[in-house]
Unconditional design. Structure first.
Length: 334
């Protein structure tokens, strides 16, 4: 890798330190970030001190956190060496993957790209253990549920997998759907045709697609109906063959709607169903189809369930703290 590491004896009165040497100083500059901002982030996250001198990084602190910091830095350097870009979220992801007893194995996966979804515009590397397991489950299971709070990447990773399957020729089309619960009876009062009425509720799905496909390719796929975005109600009566189907916000599907949707699965297709049990917008007394499916379908071969917690939130760090705060409240207090 072009990195050497050793723990030199401390000077009198100094704490132990770990020294990393990097062969490519240009990559080291990228690793540290502008004004060493990536090092500052690592210092804050892990409680270490990192000093940048020439082609060396000196890591000071307790032994276990020095080891995590060193593994994180080596993982990120390997990523840069492989020609991959690095965003602030990648630093957060590498830190998370260095935690726990399985940290070394997870970091190796992060370094080698074994868990990485390739799309036309970018590769998506899961940033937490739960995201890694979820990405793998989407490839292993014909039907997989991703359940957890907002900001954990459930829909984003599912759409990335769908684009991968389409562009690699494993399916002929992508179908993305959501229950348009917010529209309800007011849908008819909105201006425009049906597409214009429902598009605002589908915008998160469009946003994800724009991240993974060039604009011209996306437009072509949609004109050819190889990518469809439609409300859940439009799925009734269809058989979805050779398709990757994603149902987002599944907690807002009723039990009957969920059964209708799941039984659309056709030959050569797979489904990803994502939802957040804490954000049900159905009328009081109406059972969420996501909760029902979770209860009824556990243990059925070919169906997987992936779970996320606030630890897996990859949006702004404040989002994770908000989720945790709400989780601490009882339903009557929220």
């Amino acid at each position: 890798m072009g990195i050497s590491a050793l723990t030199p004896p401390p000077a009198a009165g100094d704490s132990m330190q770990t020294l990393l040497e990097f062969a490519d100083n240009r990559l080291l500059v990228d690793l540290c970030g502008e004004y060493d901002r990536n090092l500052v982030k690592l210092e804050a996250e892990l409680g270490v001190q990192i000093i940048h001198r020439g082609n060396q990084l000196h890591i000071m602190g307790q032994e276990h956190v020095r080891a995590r910091a060193a593994e994180t830095l080596k993982s990120l350097y390997a990523r840069l060496k492989d020609g991959k870009g690095m965003e602030p979220g990648d630093v957060d992801g590498a830190v998370r993957l260095s935690a726990g007893e399985a940290g070394e194995r997870q970091l190796e996966m992060f370094r080698t790209g074994q868990v990485e979804i390739r799309t036309r515009k970018k590769n998506v590397a899961p940033r937490t253990k739960a995201q890694q397991d979820y990405a793998r489950a989407l490839f292993e299971n014909e039907m997989n549920f991703g359940i957890g709070p907002a900001g954990t990447g459930k829909t984003y990773i599912a759409v990335a997998a769908a684009v991968h399957f389409l562009t690699e020729g494993h399916v002929d089309r992508i179908i993305l759907s959501r229950p348009a619960v917010e529209a309800g009876e007011k849908l008819g009062y909105l201006p425009g045709d049906m597409k214009e009425k429902v598009d605002p509720y589908m915008q998160p799905l469009y946003d994800a697609l724009n991240d993974f496909l060039p604009a011209k390719s996306l437009q072509k796929y949609m004109e050819e109906k190889r990518i469809e975005i439609a409300p859940l109600a439009f799925m009734r009566g269809r058989t979805l063959s050779s398709a990757f189907v994603v149902l987002d916000e599944a907690q807002n599907a009723t039990e009957l709607q969920m059964k209708m949707f799941l039984t659309r699965l056709g030959e050569g297709s797979r489904m990803a169903i994502t939802g957040d049990r804490s954000q049900v917008d159905l009328p009081r007394g109406v059972t969420s189809g996501l909760a029902a499916a979770e209860r009824i379908l556990q243990g059925i071969k070919g169906i997987g369930f992936s779970y996320f917690t606030s630890v897996d939130v990859v949006r702004h760090p404040l989002v994770a703290r908000i989720v945790e705060a709400y989780d601490r409240q009882s339903p009557s207090q929220v």
